[in-house]
Design a protein around this ligand. Structure first.
Ligand code: ADP
Ligand code: MG
Length: 265
């Protein structure tokens, strides 16, 4: 992989993709941010899911009627900056709400619509080391917008069911089709086996099959762990909330896939 977090004078944008609900996109977005923050990187989370589960989980203040990311996609001249809220010293959030659906509908006849996210993020990219895009579980506007805005993409996937593989193939097909039409798209940097039960044979077999098909693109699995829910309930990523756990180590490994090791002095 050639594009890495620390190579950029401006943020590396990382799209967390997948057209299936429950594949751990939001969990991955938040905990990858946590692992990057632990390395001193400044991160912006962008909530592109109209269900806004990350926004709701991480922030109590209601999203004002003109504060959702969709309102800015609908009207890019407004910029993103005044909608962004702080979640901690190194972590900000561009909140999501239903406005992303309204924007997608309003732009349905505008083929340039999904490119607007990239434009909005360009304006704030110098403020961050990483911008992480959480997406909605539909093969539609937000998957396309995130592919067009991202430098890198991560596709979390459950293992063990054919429908998970089908969903994965659809993301690769979308990326290839955009690239064929000469759009600059995120490079798929990792397929991330998520919520992985090592004690269940179908999941182990599914992981082996993924590795046989995709080789090194398969990242170290994120184990199933009750610490995931405990951490989000505490509004802390697992890397901060349970730093010595296996699941924290797996998110640190994911972060280090995306950035080179620090220079040896
Ligand atoms: N490694 C894990 N261990 C335990 N629960 C997990 C893990 N990863 C995800 N989950 C849970 O699975 C559910 C779906 O995850 P989520 O990140 O919301 O998926 P998505 O955003 O793709 O719909 C959530 O309740 C989340 O807490
Ligand atoms: Mg989600």
């Amino acid at each position: 992989m050639t594009v890495r977090v620390a190579d950029h004078p401006r943020a590396t944008t990382i799209a967390i993709l997948g057209r299936k609900g429950g594949s751990a996109k939001s969990t991955t977005a938040y905990n990858l941010a946590g692992a990057l923050i632990a390395d001193g990187r400044r991160c912006l989370l962008v909530d592109l899911d109209s269900q806004a589960s990350l926004t709701r989980a991480l922030s109590d203040a209601p999203v004002p009627p003109d504060g959702g990311i969709g309102t800015r996609i609908a009207e890019p001249a407004r910029g993103l900056r005044d909608s962004i809220r702080s979640l901690g010293p190194l972590l900000d959030l561009a909140p999501g709400d239903r406005s992303i659906e309204a924007a997608a509908n309003a732009l349905a006849q505008n083929p340039a619509g999904p490119l607007r996210l990239r434009l909005l993020l360009d304006e704030v990219a110098a403020d961050y080391d990483a911008v992480i895009l959480d997406t909605a579980p539909l093969l539609g506007f937000t998957q396309t917008a995130a592919l067009l805005a991202g430098d890198l993409a991560i596709v979390p996937t459950r293992t063990g069911a054919q429908q998970d593989i089908d969903a994965l193939v659809d993301i690769f097909a979308l990326q290839e089709e955009l690239a064929r039409f000469r759009f600059a798209t995120a490079a798929i940097a990792a397929i991330l086996p998520s919520n992985f039960h090592a004690d269940e044979a179908p999941q182990r077999d599914g992981l082996a099959a993924l590795r046989a098909s995709y080789g090194d693109l398969i990242a170290e699995p994120i184990p199933h762990s009750p610490l995931i829910e405990r951490a989000i309930n505490a509004r802390a990523p697992v890397v901060a909330n349970s730093p010595r756990s296996g699941v924290a180590a797996a998110f640190r490994a994911l972060a280090s896939r995306l950035q080179p090791a620090p220079a040896v002095p």
